[in-house]
Design a protein around this ligand. Structure first.
Ligand code: FAD
Length: 415
């Protein structure tokens, strides 16, 4: 075993890039993993491209950890992270081989977030989601099986609950997904997709300039919108609202909010309203000497009055700086502050295209097919780790630098 260990919990956008960045910095300093080991723990043997879970084709969404971590010289263990003992500097992991207690010298907490599931009757049993690969897979299987169900009201009615960004992306894909299921089975029944929210507007954070674009896309795709309503319950064939309305629906996709990993609560520091750990500009958890945090589990003040958003846009640079700084901290070297001076939102609007906004005020810079080219570039290239197996390329991609905003891609220049 190595003399010291940097332990990264979570293998999503923050954790994967944190591990690679730590490996890169050790490589730059000429320090072998026999002296300082980088070890990543993740629930799955793959890095999930979570932002694409709403898409119809789930094939490219699982990047094997081995394909990226092995060439970089990072060790990994598949298991469920349990209690963290900050005083003893250990993490309990339930691995396939049984429970293990792993010691660390520096910890990077990158366990991300999970869908908020309120205690709505029937949600746990009958609700679907696009929060995880497993959830997206179950939804895809369910949609495919609808054609085999006996004909019934609501058989091809899908309700998406939550008209935030995830709900909008999921809803925009569903008309075409349901139609494709019908076509494969030679059916042509009426289909409905309804997007519901208790808020009075769709995309409530998106502002007055961007919202009409979203509304236009939803209307063009035939997605109905029902606002100002709350869900009272669901039973697999219908959904009930607080208005008393009951809508026949075989498919309810829950997209109403995210919360940080519940394990943040065991870290002994006050978390924010989303359950996130407060971190300083170096990604160190405030008040904890040896613990860094990145991604959806961390709250970083961006210096412009805003804090980091639960997004891979912020999670990836947070991860890169956390991994780099964990190495520097261990070695007594200066740490790098993370400063991100731009913010964009590129929202997929299904076959209609996409919406690209800039800044916190969300100025619309591109819509339709133009914005969709940028979205494809992000989802298919920008956020995907190099798969070449080339150690140099993988480590270079993990440098603690801020990428520039995603470009507007000229027509014809993308595969
Ligand atoms: C459908 C959808 C669309 C989205 N679209 C966008 C978008 O367009 N742009 C954008 O910027 N963001 C988007 N997001 C948000 C984005 O996916 C998250 O902000 C991002 O994944 C956060 O990265 P993370 O590494 O912090 O967490 P995650 O990606 O959630 O990774 C956490 C990792 O830790 C693992 N883990 C968690 N708990 C444990 C445990 N106890 N033991 C072991 N392993 C554990 C998980 O399995 C996972 O691998 C979207 C999210 C969803 C669901």
């Amino acid at each position: 075993m190595a003399a010291q260990r940097i332990l990264i919990v979570g293998g999503g956008f923050a954790g994967l890039w944190s591990a690679l960045s730590a490996a890169r910095q050790l490589d730059q300093l000429g320090i072998g993993q026999d002296s300082i080991e980088v070890l990543l723990i993740n629930r799955d043997a793959f890095h999930g491209i979570r932002v694409r879970n709403y898409e119809p084709d789930l094939t490219p969404l699982r990047v094997p950890l081995a394909a990226v971590l092995a060439p970089a010289g990072v060790r990994w263990l598949v298991g469920e992270v349990g209690p963290i003992d900050l005083a003893a500097r250990t993490v309990t992991v339930l691995a396939e081989s049984g429970p293990q207690i792993l010691a660390y010298d520096r910890l990077v907490f990158a366990l991300g977030s999970q869908l908020l599931r309120p205690k709505v009757p029937g949600l746990a049993e009958h609700g679907f989601d696009v929060d995880t690969y497993g959830g997206a897979f179950r939804l895809a299987q369910h949609l495919e099986a609808l054609a085999q169900h006996p004909e019934a009201p609501g058989q091809f009615t899908a309700v998406v609950v939550g008209a935030g960004l995830t709900g909008i992306e999921a809803a925009c894909e569903l008309p075409a997904r349901l139609r494709a299921v019908q076509e494969r089975a030679g059916l042509a029944q009426p289909l409905r997709v309804v997007l519901v929210d208790h808020n009075p507007t769709v995309g409530s954070d998106m502002g007055d300039a961007a919202r009409p674009v979203i509304e236009q896309a939803l209307a063009a795709l035939g997605v109905e919108v029902s606002l100002g309503v709350r869900v009272d319950g669901l039973d697999g064939s219908s959904i009930r609202f607080d208005s008393g309305e009951v809508l026949a629906s075989s498919t309810v996709v829950w997209c109403a909010g995210m919360r940080a990993s519940p394990l943040t609560a065991g870290c002994g520091v006050a978390t924010d309203g989303l359950g996130r750990l407060p971190v300083d500009a170096f990604l160190r958890v405030e008040g904890l000497r040896d613990v860094f945090a990145a991604g959806d589990s961390a709250n970083l003040a961006l210096g412009d009055g805003h804090t980091s958003v639960m997004s891979c846009q912020h999670g990836r640079p947070m991860g890169r700086f956390a991994g780099h700084n964990a190495v520097c901290d261990l070695l007594g070297l200066p740490l790098l502050p993370l400063r991100i001076d731009w913010y964009t939102t590129i929202l997929d609007l299904g076959p209609w295209g996409a919406l690209y906004t800039e800044g916190w005020e969300r100025h619309v810079v591109a819509t339709g097919e133009t914005a969709k080219r940028t979205k494809r570039l992000i989802n298919g290239e920008r956020i995907v780790p190099p798969m070449s197996g080339d150690r140099g390329e993988i480590l270079a991609a993990a440098a603690p630098v801020i990428q520039r905003p995603p470009p507007i891609v000229p027509q014809g220049s993308q595969p």
